[in-house]
Design a protein around this ligand. Structure first.
Ligand code: GLA
Length: 390
């Protein structure tokens, strides 16, 4: 895995090769892993993600005109647009392979629509957040882009505003109706901490990660095929549930109220809502457990979250389930669950530091034996959110 130093160097060299000069700034924005609180953010609920030590890095300089020139070093592709006419690029042949730049395009448009005075840029982009694995490479690209403009044009744009603008770019320009979690943690993450985010007020509390515990991410290497359409469908089901229960969002229903009123909902909606209502409570309980240093309780809540996502929310898949089962058999594992939107992607595991290597070996072996696939397993550090690195 390239270190941040390495990525920075790659970005600077790539920038010089593409644009024949030195960059004014280099910025980095991390991917994320969510410890608990899945599919709660767009229900105004609670989440507990960490920013991880995998980043998108952008070397950039201002231009005097209104042109944006982007060079993706990893894809070996260049994309250009004028800031006065920004349109999404179609995926597939019609888009001549430049659909990757829709995140940057969306962010450029949203910044302008929000009234920020920005001009042209040249930027070289690289990174080591795996794409399509559910570690929020797209949010990291959006946040890095917004942060780049913020630095180059000295915008007075708070980190929370920046995250909200990036989410808007993804919702309205890219067409994925994601919640705020990924952009928020990429912008506001803090080293050695998870963030308890209240997705209604957009406030957060810092929750220290206890020493002696490793956060391990296991990538099933199953590409998340259905994710966009199924994600938007789940969102609609939650909105229906909230409407039938007469509340602004499922955040407003606690588990006791839900138990009393669940019979008012049709069967599928009821299961979707049951997941969200209990998942919100699990986040609050897990923060209390983490603060008390009670890792076994935290781990149990992670396993419960997985079962609920598998059976009630129906966003897991066989490979994710196998990965969680494999983790559960390893000594020193407190908890495991799928993380992110689901339908493939990664699990997150909380493991005693001394057991991390044994975990890696055993889980990889069982996973490949039962699925025929090779897992990628990363031990992650909780890192800072978007920042200038040069
Ligand atoms: C994706 C979305 C987030 C969140 C998660 C599920 O990562 O981008 O907003 O909804 O799925 O928790």
């Amino acid at each position: 895995m390239p270190s941040l130093e390495k990525l920075k160097e790659q970005a600077v060299v790539g920038f010089r090769e593409a644009f024949g000069r030195k960059p004014d700034v280099v910025v980095a924005a991390p991917g994320r892993v969510n410890l608990i609180g899945e599919h709660t953010d767009y229900n105004d609920g609670f989440v507990l993600p960490v920013a991880i030590d995998r980043q998108i890095v952008v070397a950039a300089a201002r231009r005097d005109d209104r042109l944006v020139r982007l060079r993706s070093l990893d894809l070996g592709s260049t994309s250009e647009y004028t800031m006065d006419r920004i349109e999404p690029i179609a995926r597939g042949p019609a888009g001549s392979g430049q659909a990757w730049s829709n995140y940057e395009r969306g962010v450029t448009l949203m910044l302008q629509q929000a009234g920020y005075q920005i001009g042209g840029v040249e930027a070289a982009i690289t990174g080591d957040v795996p794409i399509g694995a559910g570690l929020s490479s797209s949010a990291a690209v959006e946040v890095a882009t917004a942060y780049m403009f913020r630095q180059l044009y000295e915008l007075s744009l708070s980190r929370v505003e920046l995250a909200v603008l990036c989410q808007k770019a993804e919702n309205e320009f890219v067409g994925m109706r994601c919640g705020i979690m990924d952009q928020y943690i990429s912008a506001l993450g803090q080293r050695d901490h998870a963030l308890l985010i209240d997705c209604r007020s957009l406030d957060y509390e810092l929750v220290p990660i206890p020493s002696g515990v490793a956060i391990i991410v296991c990538d099933t290497r199953v590409q998340r095929g259905l994710v966009d359409s199924e994600y938007n469908a789940r969102r609609r089901e939650c909105e229906t549930g909230a409407r039938l229960l007469g509340v602004p969002a499922l955040r407003d229903i606690d588990p006791e109220t839900f138990a009393r009123r669940a019979h008012e909902l049709p069967e599928v909606t009821r299961r979707r809502c049951r997941h969200v209502v209990h998942e919100n409570q699990r986040v609050l309980d897990s923060v209390a457990a983490l603060r008390a240093g009670d890792l076994p309780t935290f781990g149990t809540l992670m396993y419960d979250s997985h079962v609920s996502l598998r059976d009630d929310y129906e966003v897991s898949c066989r490979q994710l389930d196998v990965m969680v089962e494999a983790a559960r058999r390893v000594a020193g594992v407190y908890g495991a669950r799928m993380t992110g939107a689901g339908f493939g992607g990664c699990t997150v595991n909380l493991v005693e530091v001394g057991q991390a290597e044994a975990f890696r070996r055993q889980v990889a072996a069982e996973y490949s034996r039962r699925t025929g696939l090779q897992a990628s397993i990363y031990i992650c550090a909780a890192e800072d959110g978007a920042r200038r690195v040069l």
